[in-house]
Design a protein around this ligand. Structure first.
Ligand code: PGA
Length: 269
């Protein structure tokens, strides 16, 4: 499809948005959060075997709690299913009780890591500068970061969604990302686990703004970055969301816990 541009004018700044391109394979990533057990690992193994038999168009990852990374990685070894972490500390090692470095996640079998998830930002007080430091840790270890941004309900209601997301992008994504594989996930905080989702138009607008910032920050390489949508993605809405302009995948919480449900979302990509 040849790109067709449309212009978006925002607070004195004009952005050229292009229609949906598929610069990279879509990414379907599951975030188990603090859930997962032997049954979930067995389900993931069945899913991985299915993906191996019939390779999907998308790159598919599951991000279990840290304690399950090694088991999951062993269960899906040799299949296309990637394993990711949900967070890491910025430093490589040291006196940081209870924390895990990106190198440790890699050693356990992770290849990706979610950083700056709103639950980390809210429950652990993580700010954009800390997220950027963690991104550098992930790059140092060779993990592909999935960097999350998104506005709260109050910020959306008061018309600040674009401004908030752009500010998060500017600080959470360090310049060192240039030339490295990474994803951005737009996850409106109010859509996570709530069953509510923005309109497709709102998703496309924010994704277009993120794309424009990525191009500005990383040049042509910014066109290759998959911008994922996350927040109440289900089999019933996945195809529509994935068909959106500049939507390069989805980050799935609750619906990734059941392997059959997650497979339906993968099939929609
Ligand atoms: P949800 O979570 O799909 O359960 O809304 C998404 C996320 O937090 O990444």
């Amino acid at each position: 499809m040849s790109p067709v541009s449309r212009t978006l004018v925002l607070a004195g700044c004009t952005l050229e948005l292009t229609t949906k391109r598929t610069p990279t394979r879509p990414v379907i990533a599951g975030n188990w959060k603090m859930n997962g057990d032997a049954a979930a690992i067995a389900g993931a193994r069945r899913l991985a075997v299915q993906l191996a038999a019939s390779p999907p168009r998308a790159r598919v990852a599951l991000c279990p709690p840290t304690s399950l990374i090694h088991r999951l990685a062993q269960a899906v070894a040799g299949t296309p299913l990637l394993v990711g972490g949900q967070d890491c500390r910025a430093e490589a090692q040291g006196a940081f009780t209870g924390d895990e470095s990106a190198e440790m996640l890699l050693d356990a079998g992770a290849r990706m890591v979610i950083l700056g998830h709103s639950e980390r930002r809210t429950l652990h007080g993580e700010d954009d500068a800390l997220v950027a430091a963690k991104v550098l840790g992930a790059l140092r270890a060779g993990l592909e970061p999935i960097i999350c941004v998104g506005e709260t309900l109050d910020q959306r209601r008061t018309g600040r969604a674009i401004e908030v997301v752009r500010a998060q992008i500017r600080v959470s994504l360090p310049p060192e990302l240039k030339g490295n594989a990474f994803c951005v996930a737009y996850e409106p905080v109010w859509a996570i686990g709530s069953g509510l989702i923005p309109t497709l138009d709102d998703i496309e607008t924010i994704h277009g703004v993120i794309r424009a910032d990525l191009l500005d920050m990383f040049g042509a390489a910014g066109a290759e970055v998959a911008i994922l949508y996350g927040g109440s993605v289900k089999p019933s809405n996945a195809a529509q969301i994935l068909g959106g302009r500049e939507v390069g995948g989805v980050l799935v919480g609750g619906a990734s816990l059941d392997s059959e449900t997650f497979m339906e979302i993968i099939a929609a990509a």
